[in-house]
Design a protein around this ligand. Structure first.
Ligand SMILES: [Zn+2]
Length: 667
C-alpha cells in the first residue's frame, strides 16, 4: 500500500473506531461484535506500524500509555477549580435552598439537578479542535499536575470528540470501580504490597504513577460532570449541557435527576441512597446544582465554592464494639491474615462479627489491642473496617496483638520476605491452603458450585474425602451423606451442582484454577486470546506480557503455574472429568435474543448484574444501560429503579426474571 492510500484508510479506521468506542463506552449499545472491533483495531495498528510517520497523538491506538515520565509538569488552571461546600443533613440543604431563593429574589420552586458525587479524584480535561490536549489534577485549585498521559489510558475517555471543531474545558472525577479495586487489592495482598484503603485512594495512587503503561493496567474510569466555562450559546441549563457533552462522546455522569423544589431534591437523595450500593462505582454523597445557567451567573462564587451548587455527604455509618480476639487465617497462597473477632454489632443493615485487619502493619497503624472498644465503620467502603479505638475506655488489661511464628493450621514455620508486609505459610500441603483453593474454585464467580461452602469443604478435607480440587469430581453421595448434617437430598443436589459446573464458561474455569494474580478480568482477557487451555499453557512469557491488561508480573505467574507438574496434572484430571477447557460453546448455540436490546433494573434472584449481562450477550442480545425507544425489553427485578418508570412511560415491554428465562428457553 502506498502512503497516500494508507493515510486515507487510517483516517477511515480511526473514525470508525472512535464511533464504535462511543457506541460501546458511552451509549453502552455496541453495533458490532468484539471480534469485528478487534479486526478494525488490529488493521489500524498494523498500518501504523508500516507507516509510523502517520501516527498522531489522537489515534485510538495511543491509549495504551506512552513513555514513563520523570515528574509531572505543573499546570496553572485558567479558572480556579473550586470545591463544593458540604452539607450533612437535610436541614442544611433546605437552608441552601432558602439562600438561593433569597439571593435570586424569587419565591417559586427552583429547579435543581441531583447527581451522584463520585468518590474519586477531581480532574480537568481540555480538548482543542476536538482533540484531547490536557488532563490535569485539581491540585490546590490554582495549580495542578499535568497528567495527560495517564488520563489518556482511560478507555471511556475519547482522545477525539465526535465534533472536531470544538474547544472545550471540562471537569470530572476519576475513579476505580469496586471490582477493579477488590481485584487490585487482592493482587497487592498476594504480592505482599500494602492494599489501598478504599477505591478513592487506589484511583489517586494510580494517577500519581509516572509510567502510563502501569496506569493503563489499573483500569481507571471517569465521569465528566461540568464545563469549566459555558460555551454552548443555545443551551440554558446544566442538565442540557450534560446531554450535549454526552453527544460529543464524553463519559458524562449518569443517574442524574431533575428535581423541582427542595422536597424533590430530598426524595432524589433518598432514592439514590438505596441504589448506590448496587453501582459499580462508589458515591460518598450527592451534588445539587441550580439547573438554570443564567442563575449561575447571578449567584456567582465565594472565594472557595460556587453559590449555585452544594454537596450532600452520606454519613459513614459507625458503631463501637469490643475487639474480643484476633485470629490468623491462612489464605489460598499461604498468606496469613489477621482477622478481628468482634462482639457482634448491628451496623447499616447487617451484623458484623469479624473483619479483616489485612496485615500486622495495619494493626500497628491502628494501635489496637485485644479488649479494646473499637470503632467499626461501613461507609462508602466495600467492606466494614476498624478505623480506630476509644483510648478513654482502656483499663490497662488489654492484650498486645503479636504476629504468629508458626502456621496456625499446619504448624510449619512462617516466613516474612524482607520487602513484604505479609507473613506466609510456605507448606504447599497445608490443609488451610487446600481448603481455600477449593473454596475459591467453588465460589460464585468461579465454578459456582452451590452448596459447597466453607464449612463443608473443611469437613471434606479433614475427613480425607477431598484432597485437592480434582477430587471434588469423584465425590460419591454416600461419602457426602456420612458427613454430619448432610441428608440425602442435599447430597444429591450437591452432586448435581458439581456435575453442572463442568459446563461453566472457560474463562471462569481459568479464574477458578487460582493462578496467582489472575482475577476474573484477567481470565476473560486470557480466554479471549487463547481459545483453549493448551494454547495458554504453551504461551511464551513474553507474548503473555505484551497483552494489554496482563504485563510481566502476571505473565510470569502464569508460566510458573503451567511449569509446575502438580498443576499440569490437575488440569489433565479436570479435562478427563469433562470440565470445559475451551472458549465459546455459545457461538454455535441458539441465539434466541438475537438483535434485541435489553435493560435490567432492580435486583434479580438468580443472577448478579454481570451474570445477567453475560447471559444476554451470549444469547445474541445487547445488554444496555438506559431505556430508550429502541429498547425491546426491560427485565424488572426487586426494587426497580427509575428505568422501570421510564419503560412504562415509553411503553416498553417489561418482563419478570421468570419470563426472561422462558424467553431464552431455560424454563
Ligand atoms: Zn500452614
Amino acid at each position: 500500500m502506498k502512503e497516500e492510500e494508507a493515510k486515507k484508510r487510517i483516517e477511515e479506521l480511526r473514525n470508525r473506531i472512535n464511533y464504535h468506542n462511543y457506541r460501546y463506552y458511552i451509549l453502552a449499545d455496541p453495533e458490532i461484535s468484539d471480534e469485528k472491533y478487534d479486526e478494525l483495531y488490529r488493521e489500524l495498528v498494523s498500518l501504523e506500524e508500516q507507516f509510523p510517520q502517520l501516527i498522531t497523538p489522537d489515534s485510538p491506538t495511543q491509549k495504551v500509555g506512552g513513555e514513563p515520565l520523570k515528574e509531572f509538569k505543573s499546570v496553572r488552571h485558567e479558572l480556579p477549580m473550586l470545591s463544593l461546600d458540604n452539607t450533612y443533613n437535610f436541614d442544611e440543604i433546605r437552608e441552601f435552598d432558602r439562600r438561593i431563593k433569597e439571593l435570586l429574589g424569587v419565591n417559586e420552586d427552583i429547579e435543581y439537578t441531583v447527581e451522584p458525587k463520585i468518590d474519586g479524584v477531581a480532574v480537568r480535561v481540555v480538548y482543542e479542535k476536538g482533540v484531547l490536549k490536557l488532563g490535569a489534577t485539581r491540585g490546590n485549585g490554582i495549580v495542578g499536575d499535568d497528567i495527560t498521559e495517564n488520563i489518556k489510558t482511560i478507555k471511556r475517555l475519547p482522545l477525539k470528540l465526535l465534533d472536531a471543531t470544538i474547544d472545550i474545558d471540562v471537569r470530572g472525577e476519576v475513579f476505580m470501580d469496586r471490582n477493579t479495586f477488590l481485584e487490585l487489592n487482592e493482587i497487592r495482598e498476594e504480592s505482599g504490597e500494602k492494599p489501598f484503603a478504599n477505591p478513592r485512594n487506589a484511583a489517586a495512587g494510580s494517577l500519581k504513577l509516572l509510567d502510563p503503561k502501569e496506569v493503563a493496567k489499573r483500569n481507571l474510569d471517569l465521569f465528566i460532570h461540568s464545563v469549566s466555562r459555558q460555551i454552548f450559546p443555545d443551551i440554558s441549563t446544566h442538565f442540557d449541557t450534560l446531554k450535549r457533552l454526552r453527544k460529543l462522546g464524553l463519559p458524562v455522569i449518569e443517574n442524574n435527576a431533575l428535581a423541582t423544589g427542595i422536597n424533590e431534591v430530598i426524595d432524589a437523595i433518598n432514592s439514590w441512597d438505596k441504589l448506590r450500593e448496587e453501582q459499580r462505582y462508589m458515591t460518598d454523597g450527592m451534588v445539587i446544582k441550580v439547573n438554570r445557567l443564567d442563575f449561575h451567573d447571578k449567584l456567582g462564587n465565594t472565594a472557595k465554592a460556587p453559590r449555585w451548587a452544594i454537596a450532600y455527604k452520606f454519613k459513614a455509618k459507625q458503631a463501637r464494639t469490643e475487639l474480643k480476639d484476633v485470629i490468623f487465617q491462612v489464605g489460598r497462597t499461604g498468606i496469613v491474615t489477621p482477622v478481628a473477632i468482634l462482639k457482634p454489632v448491628f451496623l447499616a443493615g447487617s451484623t458484623i462479627s469479624r473483619t479483616t485487619l489485612h496485615n500486622m502493619d495495619e494493626i500497628k497503624r491502628l494501635g489496637i489491642k485485644i479488649g479494646d472498644t473499637v470503632v467499626v465503620e461501613k461507609g462508602g467502603d466495600v467492606i466494614p473496617k476498624i478505623v480506630g479505638y476509644e483510648s478513654s475506655y482502656r483499663k490497662g488489661n488489654e492484650k498486645e496483638i503479636l504476629p504468629p511464628k508458626i502456621c496456625p493450621v499446619c504448624e510449619s514455620k512462617l516466613v516474612k520476605l524482607p520487602d513484604e508486609v505479609a507473613i506466609r505459610c510456605i507448606n504447599i500441603n497445608c490443609p488451610a491452603q487446600i481448603k481455600r483453593r477449593i473454596e475459591h474454585f467453588a465460589e460464585r464467580n468461579a465454578m459456582d458450585i452451590r452448596g459447597l461452602g466453607e464449612e463443608l469443604i473443611s469437613k471434606l478435607v479433614d475427613t480425607g474425602f477431598v484432597k485437592d480440587i480434582a477430587s471434588i469430581y469423584t465425590l460419591k453421595p454416600e461419602e457426602l451423606m456420612s458427613i454430619e448434617r448432610m441428608g440425602k437430598k442435599s447430597s444429591e443436589n450437591l452432586i448435581a451442582a458439581i456435575e453442572k459446573s463442568k459446563d461453566r464458561d472457560y474463562f471462569r474455569v481459568l479464574y477458578a484454577l487460582g493462578i496467582r494474580y489472575v482475577g476474573i478480568n484477567t481470565a476473560k482477557i486470557l480466554a479471549k486470546k487463547y481459545r483453549n487451555i493448551d494454547e495458554l499453557a504453551e504461551a511464551k512469557s513474553d507474548d503473555l506480557a505484551s497483552i494489554e491488561g496482563v504485563g510481566p508480573k502476571i505473565a510470569e505467574s502464569i508460566t510458573d503455574f503451567f511449569n509446575t507438574a502438580r498443576n499440569r496434572d490437575l488440569i489433565e484430571k479436570l479435562k478427563n472429568f469433562g470440565v470445559r477447557m475451551e472458549s465459546e460453546k455459545m457461538e454455535s448455540g441458539p441465539k434466541p435474543l438475537k438483535g434485541l436490546k435489553i435493560v435490567v433494573t432492580g435486583s434479580l434472584k438468580n443472577y448478579s448484574r454481570q451474570e445477567i449481562k453475560d447471559l444476554i450477550e451470549s444469547m445474541g442480545g445487547h445488554s444496555t444501560e438506559s431505556v430508550s425507544k429502541a429498547t425491546d425489553y426491560v427485565i424488572v427485578g426487586e426494587n426497580p429503579g427509575s428505568k422501570y418508570e421510564k419503560a412504562l412511560k415509553l411503553n416498553i415491554k417489561t418482563i419478570s426474571e421468570e419470563e426472561f428465562e422462558k424467553l431464552i428457553g431455560k424454563n
